[in-house]
Design a protein around this ligand. Structure first.
Ligand SMILES: Cc1cc2nc3c(=O)[nH]c(=O)nc-3n(C[C@H](O)[C@H](O)[C@H](O)COP(=O)(O)OP(=O)(O)OC[C@H]3O[C@@H](n4cnc5c(N)ncnc54)[C@H](O)[C@@H]3O)c2cc1C
Length: 417
């Protein structure tokens, strides 16, 4: 007998959020299981994941609906202002070319973007799913292949076990083994850039200001964090460098590394100190050629990986989750099988276009800004200056940052799925 309706491979942001959304939508009518090749807790401390993510208003509403937001709200820094600069590395001054206030335009002044430490979000998702009687703790194992039957799909696990489900969901990240085992190809390329992440403490308060310095080797983002328990002002740095520079920078001792950060930081927040470890990731873009095949759906980085230039990878993953929960819940309420073709087709239609447009937009931004050509810089200055002066364009930027464009699934509107 089949023991599970849905098995989710990958118990990270996308997989955990999906399990929770399905459990809330269908309760005991869905038997859902999670598995991950790494033990629980592997991304739930700042040493293993020092990143912080820009969580959009729609993602925040979804996290509220999933019962996760309350336990991370104290660590979520509202963004009051975004500033964009574009200069060479050695420019003494980094003139601000574009600013906007990412707050709701309904008069409430509600922030539409929060910066949340990844480790806190992961810990909260793990806690809420572990306490959910429908889900339980992820099993630590790996999928090595699939066997399909007309009414189910069986995965072969490391160690030889064979597990059947009606629907499998690949939430196993950029190098998805499930995607590969299902024969789904990808289109994409490496940027030859590396994303370096660290946390710094600074003398002066950031006042909720997020800064994106476009530098020739790639964007250098300063994301404001809440103050530490001791009241230290802190920001997370997400910084793209050429792969060769990044290796040299990562090999520096703390003093040398801090000098490199300081050189790019812009010097507006007083004396800097390192306030956490550093980690780096190779940057690449990829899009899966299909988001579903019979009895398998891809979500999150398994489906698409984007440049972190706009800090949207996690938000896109949550959009996938919200759409898949809604498609499955609506289908099952109509009496369809969990993996009915109409459910999977609706999900793929809903998400493929949006992800492809986002990946292309972030790719273009990175290409346009990551160079030191004077002509390109003049054009960028003119373009950013124009956006800075046109209120409608700024309103559009705020709506994009809020994740409130397009047809939103119920969870992203803060409604039960
Ligand atoms: C430098 C950098 C900065 C970023 N900044 C931002 C930001 O500011 N805002 C934002 O929205 N996004 C950001 N992102 C992107 C964001 O981190 C990702 O989009 C997000 O982590 C995707 O989550 P996921 O759950 O799909 O995959 P992942 O978090 O990659 O999780 C995949 C899971 O699958 C498991 N797994 C892997 N293989 C197997 C297997 N064979 N079987 C079972 N389990 C397996 C892994 O152990 C892991 O738990 C950034 C990314 C980078 C690299």
């Amino acid at each position: 007998m089949r023991q599970h309706d849905i098995i989710i491979a990958g118990a990270s942001f996308a997989g955990l959020a999906l399990a929770r959304g399905l459990s809330q939508a269908l309760g005991r009518d869905v038997r859902v299981a999670l598995l991950d090749s790494a033990p629980a807790g592997h991304g739930a401390d700042a040493a293993s994941d020092p990143r912080a993510s820009a969580v959009s208003a729609s993602s925040r509403r979804m996290l509220e609906a999933l019962g996760v937001w309350a336990s991370i709200a104290d660590a979520a820094q509202p963004v009051s202002r975004v500033e964009i600069t574009d200069s060479s590395l050695d420019a003494g001054i980094r003139p601000v070319l574009l600013t906007y206030e990412p707050v709701a335009d309904d008069g409430s002044g509600e922030p539409v973007m929060h910066i949340v430490p990844n480790a806190r979000l992961m810990a909260a998702l793990e806690r809420v799913t572990a306490g959910d009687p429908v889900i339980g703790r992820p099993v630590v194992t790996e999928v090595s292949g699939f066997e399909r039957a007309p009414s189910s799909i069986a995965a072969l696990l490391a160690g030889g076990a064979r597990v059947e489900a009606s629907l499998w969901v690949a939430a196993d990240g950029r190098r998805s083994r499930l995607r590969e085992a299902a024969g789904i190809g990808t289109v994409g390329w490496s940027y030859g850039q590396t994303g370096i992440v660290t946390t710094v403490a600074h003398e002066l308060p950031h006042e909720g200001r997020a800064v994106q310095h476009f530098l020739p080797a790639g964007p250098f983002a300063i994301l404001p964090l809440t103050a530490s328990h001791e009241g230290t002002h802190r920001s997370c740095i997400t910084w793209s460098e050429t792969a060769a520079n990044a290796s040299a920078i990562m090999a520096l001792d703390d003093a040398g590394f801090l000098d490199e950060v300081d050189h790019r930081f812009g010097g507006r927040l007083g004396v800097l100190k390192l306030a956490g470890g550093r980690k780096c990731w190779p940057l690449e873009v990829h899009l899966s050629r299909a988001y579903t095949v019979p009895r398998l759906a891809l979500i999150g980085d398994a489906a698409h990986g984007v440049h972190p230039i706009a800090g949207q990878g996690l938000n896109l993953a949550l959009r996938d989750v919200a759409a898949l929960v809604e498609c499955v819940a609506d289908g099952v309420r109509l009496g369809l099988d969990f993996a009915d073709a109409t459910i999977l087709e609706r999900y793929a239609r809903w998400r493929r276009f949006d992800s492809a447009v986002s990946a292309a937009a972030f790719d273009s931004l990175n290409r346009v800004f990551s160079n030191d050509w004077q002509l390109a810089r003049s054009a960028r200055e003119a373009g950013l200056g124009l956006v800075d002066r046109v209120p409608q364009l700024k309103r559009w930027l705020v709506a994009e940052a809020a994740g409130l464009t397009g047809v939103l699934p119920r969870l992203l509107r803060g409604l039960p799925a």
